[in-house]
Design a protein around this ligand. Structure first.
Ligand code: 5GP
Ligand code: MG
Length: 182
């Protein structure tokens, strides 16, 4: 089922970029993308920003899945650019239980940034287990498993240009093939 078309996503990204551009004018912020899910969102966001930024990534091990309860996350691979004294903006694809974003924020806070904020494309507040601050939010989603636009299920579907809710127990063809159904 289509949740967000590529046009809706693009409008959301433009809206986020406008707010970030205003708040960070003249700041040369350090954008930290959370791999792998945020790679497309980050790529579109920096082009929509149209201002100088630096970019780095973190990789996080999560123990949760669509079916298993989530447990606290840990940082697998950290930043190479020092966040010390920098205006750091974490760029996340989706906040679900909040464990991942919480781990990333805890990790970065220890590295003494000047400021630390979050930009999240998708928020699933009904699933939150630990509160996390979301400074820039693209869209709020219901409790559905979203794929596409960088988000995967078992590494599939990341390439889809739009965002779909995976049907319960769906293992078949890409959701794009199901567009128009239901
Ligand atoms: P958390 O539960 O820690 O907030 O989210 C952990 C990670 O689970 C996210 O970064 C994302 O990779 C994945 N995740 C959470 N909800 C969804 C979803 O609806 N779809 C997909 N594809 N991944 C999700
Ligand atoms: Mg993520």
């Amino acid at each position: 089922m289509l949740l967000l078309s590529s046009q809706e996503i693009a409008r959301g990204v433009q809206r986020l970029a406008q707010a970030i551009r205003q708040d960070y004018a003249g700041c040369n912020p350090l954008l930290v993308g959370v791999l792998k899910g945020a790679f497309i969102f980050l790529a579109d966001l920096v082009r929509a920003l149209g201002m100088p930024v630096e970019i780095d990534f973190v990789r996080v091990a999560t123990y949760g899945s669509a079916t298993l309860p989530s447990r606290p996350a840990r940082i697998l691979s950290g930043v190479r650019i020092s966040p010390k004294g920098r205006d750091v903006l974490v760029v996340e694809d989706i906040v679900d239980t909040g464990y991942t974003t919480h781990a990333v924020l805890t990790y970065l806070q220890r590295l003494s940034p000047r400021s630390l904020r979050t930009c999240v494309l998708l928020d699933k507040p009904s699933r939150r287990r630990i509160p996390v601050p979301i400074d820039y939010r693209g869209f709020t989603l219901p409790d559905r498993f979203a794929v596409g636009y960088g988000l995967d299920k078992g590494e599939a579907y990341r390439w889809l240009p739009a965002i779909y809710a995976l049907e319960e127990g769906e293992h078949g063809p890409a959701p794009s093939h199901r567009r128009g159904e239901g």
